[in-house]
Ligand binder design. Structure first.
Ligand code: XMP
Length: 325
């Protein structure tokens, strides 16, 4: 019979067998899959594993700290955090086209990861080579990449866990036989906190594809604030399970007139995009309670500088995609 305990035991044995006394690295994205894969490998081979987390500055509020503190506290993993914010911001300067943003973010991510990996190899405390790369590939990923389903071509999805084919590593993929809900159960059993295990999907390119217009530090800070308010209120209202995810989007190139206190404002709109879905291939906009929408709107317009309007996206997928870019 299938139990999380069996899966963990089996995979731990398989990983030990595969890796032996050599070393492995794992890119953490902040997402569920890479976190659970890393925790499983950590359980199997301990300090022979090093995790790398690239902080590209496109993360939401608290996410980097969550990886740095909560994940390390729960697993005891050896973690290398690379602060690459400047690098990503410079590479993205002046860019507004969504596919171009995605390609730049993917490319910079790989460069930073490769550099970190070279450092790990150079700093290795023993003579054991780093031969393995841990990936959080799930069963649906395996099926999809073999079957080639439609949506893959619509946007160049880049999984921040995902890496180029010419890396000279053997892959360790302990989640290859599991579905998402099973991965969550395994993660909980391994002691990962709910904030990591029950996380809603978040795109690899992060907030970079939730700013319609050029990505700048100021805009990222502003969007981070708005997003944190929306998430806080959705959680407080108990809607985290009902809502698949709720992108919060900044229309940075749009301004509208408003009035606040006794003065005119000329600020940006924020879009709320709450969706319900089974697998993200199709989705519907979530009919969420008006009181919650009202609370989010009031707080965002009061608390976030330069935002004077909140709008609701009521488009299903198709024809809309979940993310705006
Ligand atoms: P779309 O916008 O295509 O999104 O309807 C479908 C799902 O995929 C997520 N998404 C991504 N995930 N890297 C990822 O890891 C990406 O580049 C990426 N783009 C979109 C999106 O959040 C939604 O859950």
């Amino acid at each position: 019979t299938w139990t999380t305990g069996n899966v963990i035991e089996e995979q731990v044995a398989a990983i030990r067998e595969q890796v032996g006394s050599k070393r492995a690295i794992c890119g953490l994205s902040g997402g569920v899959d890479s976190a659970v894969a890393a925790a499983l490998v950590q359980k199997a081979i301990g300090s022979q594993l090093t995790c790398v987390y690239v902080d590209h500055g496109l993360m939401r509020k608290g996410e980097t700290e969550q990886v740095e503190k909560d994940f390390v506290a729960a697993t005891g993993v050896r973690l290398k955090v690379v602060d690459a914010q400047e690098r990503f911001l410079s590479a993205l300067a002046g860019v507004t086209e969504p596919e171009e943003k995605r390609k730049i973010i993917g490319r910079e991510f790989i460069r930073v990861f490769e550099q970190a990996q070279a450092e790990i190899v150079a700093e290795a405390p023993d003579d054991q080579p780093v031969e393995f790369l841990v990936q959080g590939t799930l069963y649906p990923d395996v099926v999809e990449s073999g079957g080639g389903t439609g949506t893959a071509n619509i946007k160049s999805h880049h999984n921040v866990g995902g890496l180029p084919e010419d890396l000279e590593f053997e892959l360790v993929e302990p989640l290859r036989q599991l579905f998402k809900d099973e991965v969550r159960m395994v993660g909980s059993e391994l002691g990962l906190p709910d904030e990591i295990v029950q996380r809603q999907p978040f795109p690899g390119p992060g907030l970079g594809i939730r700013i319609v217009g050029e990505v700048t530090r100021e805009r990222l800070d502003l969007l981070r604030e708005a997003d944190a308010i929306a998430r806080e209120e959705l959680t407080a209202a108990g809607l985290d399970r009902e809502i698949w995810q709720c992108p919060v989007v900044l229309l940075a190139d749009v301004r509208s007139v408003g009035v606040q206190g006794d003065g005119r404002t000329y600020g940006h709109p924020i879009v709320l995009r709450p969706v319900s879905s089974e697998d993200a291939m199709t989705a519907d906009w979530t009919r969420m309670p008006y009181e919650v929408l009202a609370r989010i709107s009031t707080r965002i317009t009061n608390e976030v500088r330069d935002v004077n309007r909140v709008v609701l996206d009521v488009t299903s997928k198709p024809p809309g995609t979940i993310e705006w870019e």
